[in-house]
Design a protein around this ligand. Structure first.
Ligand SMILES: Cc1cc2nc3c(=O)[nH]c(=O)nc-3n(C[C@H](O)[C@H](O)[C@H](O)COP(=O)(O)OP(=O)(O)OC[C@H]3O[C@@H](n4cnc5c(N)ncnc54)[C@H](O)[C@@H]3O)c2cc1C
Length: 357
């Protein structure tokens, strides 16, 4: 019997395992992948701690939390360049950096192991029933089960918790010289989402995400975008991104959901790494409080909502507002002009756009 079984060793699960193990708990971290973090399905962009403090002012201990991403930092990018469908652009100051995502995920999992967690790869979880977690290698038991297995979470489905609303996205790496700005392109080229070119030094992560109702072929849109930018075609990898923020409920009996499984993503920018790690730490620490002091697990829901809930909810509302303009490039371009640099910066940070919102 483990104190905690964590399903999924992405940034959320490994952070949860790391902080639960640090408190002396017996922690098992499972992932179906052979190699943690491989294949990369990510734009590899991480917000710097200064920005995270602006967005989530009550969250502390970021230097310790973000130590592994910092270690695999590639380049700093201080401007997000937003492109309208008509080709106009605005430079929004926003401090971020790029990472080698596979090495970042491996680094966080290593930290969990250094704190005492046991990691098992190539272990796929099929079902959770109470304390029992069934896998392709037999059943293990945990007093607490943490579902950090992404937006199509097996853990959530097993216990009857909702999946977040999610849209498809894909990206690839393209060699070349790119300046240090992060480019985001909006309009019908990526309906309901955006396309990106994120600089990584001698290459860039180039990708495209769209919304949940998109019915066409994502790779067709993706290749069209590459052609439009004069970039060569390369093999992309992809997945789903929660696009409407958190699910209504993230705790059921002994199960907690965290990261993409809980919809812990900023709806206005699709960024999930920072939030997954913040909420992962809260999940791990709440599991420890539960096992060691009898704190009810419901405290997890209250704690993560207090830390990141308001900006994530606001992000969802801003995204809904933006959805009214997506689909009509002329209208979208006009709305972007109206918003201007300051309000676009606020939208990216999930801050109120207008007084009283
Ligand atoms: C194309 C794309 C680009 C993105 N770009 C960015 C970006 O630039 N910046 C950013 O901040 N966010 C980005 N995101 C979002 C970000 O990747 C996620 O929010 C983040 O990975 C969430 O972390 P997580 O630990 O919750 O989930 P994940 O990182 O998805 O980890 C889930 C883990 O669970 C494992 N797993 C799943 N099912 C099972 C099972 N049944 N049994 C065992 N293991 C299982 C998986 O193998 C995986 O390792 C992007 C997403 C996509 C799809």
């Amino acid at each position: 019997m483990y104190d905690v079984v964590v399903v999924g060793a992405g940034p959320a699960g490994s952070s949860a395992a790391r902080y639960a193990a640090r408190r002396g708990l017996k922690v098992l971290l499972l992932d179906r992948r052979k190699e943690i973090g491989v294949p990369v399905q990510c734009g590899e962009y991480v917000a710097r701690n200064e920005e995270v403090r602006t967005i989530f002012p009550t969250v502390d201990g970021l230097d310790d939390l973000m130590e592994a991403p910092q270690r695999v930092r590639q380049i700093d990018t201080d401007v997000i360049r937003i492109w309208s469908p008509g080709g106009r652009h605005w430079d929004i100051p926003f401090r971020g950096f790029t990472v080698a995502r596979d090495r970042m995920d491996q680094g966080i999992a290593d930290q969990a192991v250094e704190e005492g967690a046991e990691l098992r790869t190539e272990t796929t979880v099929h079902r959770v029933r109470g304390k029992d977690v069934s896998t392709n290698h037999g059943t293990v038991s945990g007093k607490v089960v943490i579902g950090s297995d992404g937006p199509r979470s097996t853990v959530a489905r097993s216990v009857g918790l909702e999946w977040p609303v999610a849209g498809p996205a894909m990206s690839c790496t393209i060699d070349g010289d790119f300046d240090s700005g992060t480019d985001l392109f909006f309009g019908n080229l990526a309906p309901g989402g955006y396309a990106w070119i994120i600089p990584k030094g001698a290459c860039a992560n180039v990708g495209l995400g769209t919304w949940q109702h998109f019915k066409g072929r994502l790779d067709t849109l993706f290749h069209k975008f590459l052609d439009q930018q004069g970039l060569p075609h390369a093999r992309g990898t992809g997945g789903y991104v929660p696009v409407e923020g958190p699910v209504p409920r993230t705790v059921k009996e002994n199960v907690l959901l965290v990261g993409d499984a809980a919809g812990h993503v900023m709806a206005t920018n699709g960024g999930g790494i920072n939030v997954a790690m913040i909420c992962g730490r809260i999940a791990g620490e709440t599991a420890a409080d539960h096992v060691l002091q009898g704190t009810p697990l419901e405290a997890y829901e209250t704690r993560w909502r207090a830390a990141v809930g308001r900006p994530l909810d606001r992000g969802r509302r801003i995204k809904h507002l933006a959805d009214r303009f997506f689909g009509n490039d002329r209208l979208l371009a006009a709305a972007m002009t109206l918003l201007g640099v300051r309000r676009m910066g606020r939208a990216i940070r999930c801050q109120p756009l207008f007084l009283g919102t």
